[in-house]
Design a protein around this ligand. Structure first.
Ligand code: GL4
Length: 834
């Protein structure tokens, strides 16, 4: 309140308020002004990078004004907000998105042309904001887009990593990781040096009894690190609503500690302290679906969670409401278990700092939080060792023990004498050392738990969280099938398709209500529409073919069937099955006469994706793909019939180019392992068909688009366990076609066989955990069906159009509305147009 301008002076302010550019002239003026003053350059010294910077600054100015207005409106209305806590936000590029959401891309295009630049080249200058690993982080980014577009009062909270996910280079067929230093020039963030929070680590707890006999715990000593807020505006599509993503950066707390060292002349060590503090937010852990239990990661989690909660509580306290109203004002969503410490931290704030009774505090906590589970893979479920916790967060460990005690007491009342049940649901695993099971803590601390696709939500209820369904009843567990934002994944990635759709649906409204896509099904027999549909796909393939030529040197024919698998490399996603299938195809082609070969459907097999730096098997898979490519792509017998491409450094901006260029894409995880998948939705939305297993969202995609429009194969989730059991205790023989593939590899067809023995023996000698051999035959057969279907181009185009028309369900807008209603209990708060 002290910072507000007094009434008499406000007139002057309002007179001089800026509104950002209005038209092309205004835009150009702003670009030139930013080049000449903000960047201190001139028309004699303005390259594409400078044009990008100035253009971004011009749009940023507009965004900030709407952002300020949105925040003022939200503060004034004082309605309930949702806070989305995620360790990952895989945002990709911001400029194109800002231009489209504000609705001024045409203005920018014309304005940049006047100034001597092509808008596509300017957009290409931007470095992706890559603060995430894969689907989980990209989902968070889609959610932010939908929250703003639907006018929900919402903030994201995350970490401002100095290094995002590494850049991948392929050298001699091997992945090499290069640091992604992305903050050199980032016009999209606003440092808030005045918004800081001191975060405590280590130390000890003392307890005393107050006059009323109540025990008061105090966490003392240890060290303090400062959290500094950096804000990123999130524009909604076709609405002034602009939400905030707040990312925390770590800094040494200046003060007593450093001062003493300065005074004693220990300058180097005080600099070292500074660096040590900064390492907390230095780097994103590059693992997808894997938890490694590193101390620094736990430090990241507490640092981010404590700063965010301090911020949320500070905002709530300004409203001077009673604590019991907290859950009416605040909903907090835990994106996986990474932010689960927030449950404990809020309980600590309420009990230790605000003096509430345990029960009252705990009711507030559980009414506030919701938890989303994103994986059932055991190696991804977070556990922290009790000794590590004791050392780093001694008070939190006590609180977890108390939370667990009360929880187990309630379980015991419901299931008297069931000691096994108590052991199974306990937050503490009685291992050596004891471990804290974060998923259990998240379930106990939340009022709703959701999975991310129907099959996945059913699986968690019947497997990993089965006991909790008995304890809490089934209503606590729910499903919200993932979605994707059609703004980025259709309109931005595939502007021509978006335009064709709007010409038939009558407007761009389908971008706000994706179910309107259904209207295009009326045109599926319209010859002109079909022709343009096919032309757009072809043009997208030509663009990708150029990229392939530029980056790998390989010529691919855009008329061939483009078969794409782009996603993190993981054994459960089965890129190894794909490349084995490619080898099978190669061997088949080689065995045919030139005449017979001509009948074959030409294919380009395109792979892309990063392997976690410590994931040896995933790296071997990348190596084999490249080794196969090196042989096949240079085989004169084969020519255009088969090409194998590995695209380096798959990321969000590359996805925007690759996805619209796919004919068929692969979503072939072992059934029951891929919680949802979201790229499956992106491919279909762009008119690509998919081949996949009955896993994750593939199942719901099939239900929506129809079985005739998808290529499903392989064993079902319900049978996987038995099959695995059989591998170990029954007879296990490798599929004969797959055995031939192994033989070729072992003969040295693709170079040194020893380089690939890990992949072979995983199937042959180590139980084939991912069922590669079991599914291989139906995979190969189904790929043959794909060839056949593709040769019938007319039939294929019909499938493509029908599929897109029926994808309305998979908008992240639908998904966010389900969260808002079923979990957060929040309403939209529209901002007036100006
Ligand atoms: C993931 C799942 O693996 C993926 O299937 C899902 O689509 C995504 C978003 O819900 O979450 N879980 C983890 S961990 N990483 C993912 O990408």
């Amino acid at each position: 309140v002290e910072a507000s301008i007094p009434e008499p002076q406000r007139k002057a302010w309002l007179e001089h308020q800026t509104h950002g550019f209005k038209d092309k002239d205004g835009f150009e003026k702003e670009v030139v002004r930013h080049v000449e003053t903000t960047l201190a350059r001139s028309l004699y010294n303005c390259d594409e990078q400078a044009a990008y910077s100035a253009c971004s600054l011009a749009f940023r100015d507009r965004l900030i004004l709407e952002w300020n207005r949105t925040q003022q409106r939200q503060t004034f209305a004082d309605s309930k907000r949702v806070y989305y806590l995620s360790l990952e936000f895989l945002m990709g590029r911001a400029l194109d998105n800002a231009m489209l959401n504000i609705g001024q891309k045409d203005v920018a295009k014309a304005g940049l042309a006047d100034l001597g630049f092509r808008i596509e080249d300017v957009i290409e200058q931007e470095h992706d904001a890559a603060l995430g690993n894969g689907g989980l982080g990209r989902l968070a980014a889609c959610f932010l887009d939908s929250l703003a577009s639907l006018n929900y009062p919402a903030w994201g909270y995350g970490l401002r990593y100095r290094y995002g996910i590494f850049k991948q280079e392929i050298i001699d067929g091997y992945q090499v990781e290069v640091p992604d230093y992305w903050l050199d020039f980032n016009p999209w963030e606003f440092p808030r040096h005045d918004v800081t929070v001191d975060i405590q680590f280590y130390g000890h707890v003392t307890k005393r009894t107050d006059d009323n006999g109540k025990t008061i715990a105090t966490w003392e000593g240890g060290e303090i690190v400062k959290a500094v807020a950096y804000d990123v505006p999130i524009p909604g599509y076709a609405t002034p609503s602009t939400n905030n993503l707040r990312l925390w950066s770590s800094k040494a707390a200046s003060g007593e500690f450093d001062f003493q060292k300065f005074n004693s002349g220990d300058y180097e060590n005080s600099v070292a302290d500074q660096q040590r503090a900064e390492t907390i937010s230095a780097v994103l852990y590059p693992n997808d679906n894997l938890d490694r239990g590193k101390e620094l990661r736990l430090k990241q989690q507490y640092f981010w969670v404590a700063a965010s909660l301090y911020d949320i509580v500070r905002r709530f306290k300004k409203s001077k409401r009673a604590w019991k109203e907290f859950p009416d004002q605040v909903a907090i969503q835990l994106n996986d278990t990474h932010p689960t410490l927030a449950v404990v931290e809020l309980q600590r704030i309420l009990v230790d700092l605000e003096g509430l009774d345990w029960e009252e505090a705990w009711n507030i906590v559980t009414s506030t939080f919701g938890y989303t589970n994103h994986t059932v893979l055991p190696e991804a479920l977070e556990k922290w060792s009790v000794p590590l916790f004791q050392h780093l967060l001694p008070r939190h460990l006590q609180l977890i023990y108390d939370i667990n005690l009360f929880f187990l007491q309630s379980v015991e009342r419901k299931f008297p004498k069931d000691r096994d049940m108590l052991a199974r649901v306990s937050i503490i695993e009685e291992s050596q050392p004891k471990m804290i099971r974060m998923a259990h803590l998240a379930i106990v601390g939340s009022h709703k738990v959701n999975g991310v696709a129907e099959l996945h939500s059913d699986l968690i209820k019947t497997t990993i969280f089965k006991d909790f369904v008995e304890v809490f009843g089934p209503d606590k567990f729910t499903n919200v099938t993932n979605g994707i934002t059609p703004r980025r994944w259709l309109h931005q990635a595939n502007p021509r398709l978006s335009e064709l759709i709007s010409s038939k649906t009558g407007s761009n409204n389908f971008l706000k209500d994706l179910t309107e896509l259904a209207k295009i099904e009326h045109y599926k027999d319209d010859a002109d529409f079909r022709k343009e549909w096919a032309e757009i796909k072809y043009a997208n393939k030509v663009r990708l073919a150029k990229h392939i030529k530029n980056t790998t040197g390989v010529d691919v024919n855009p008329s061939a069937l483009f078969d794409v698998q782009v996603k993190r490399i993981h054994e459960y996603k089965r890129q190894q099955m794909n490349i084995f299938g490619v080898i099978h195809r190669y061997l088949t082609l080689k065995s045919l006469s030139p005449e017979e070969r001509k009948k074959f459907q030409p294919r380009v097999s395109i792979f892309g994706g990063k392997a976690a730096p410590g994931y040896w098997m995933a790296k071997q898979i990348i190596h084999l793909i490249n080794a196969v490519g090196a042989v096949v792509n240079n085989d004169k017998d084969i020519g255009d019939l088969l090409k194998v491409i590995f695209l380096e450094d798959y990321n969000v901006s590359k996805a925007e180019m690759i996805i619209p260029a796919s004919d068929i894409s692969e979503h072939i995880s072992t059934a029951g392992t891929e919680a949802s998948g979201t790229s499956n939705m992106k491919f279909v939305l762009n008119g690509g068909l998919i081949i996949g297993t009955c896993d994750g969202a593939n199942i719901e995609i099939t239900r929506e688009i129809g079985e005739q429009n998808i290529f499903l194969f392989g064993n079902l989730a319900e049978d996987v366990e038995d099959i695995r059991h059989n591998h170990t205790y029954g007879s296990h023989t490798v599929d004969p076609d797959l055995a031939k593939v192994f033989e070729a590899i072992e003969k040295g067809t693709f170079g040194e066989p020893n380089d690939f023995m890990g992949m072979i023996s995983a199937v042959r000698d180590h139980g084939d955990f991912y069922l590669v051999s079991d599914d291989f035959h139906s995979y190969i057969e189904t790929q043959e069906l794909v060839d056949k279907a593709y040769r019938d181009q007319d039939g294929w185009i019909t499938k493509s159009i029908e599929s897109v028309a029926r994808m309305g369900f998979f908008s992240s807008d639908r998904c966010i509305n389900e969260y808002a209603e079923g979990i957060w209990n929040i309403e939209p708060l529209p901002i007036k147009e100006q």
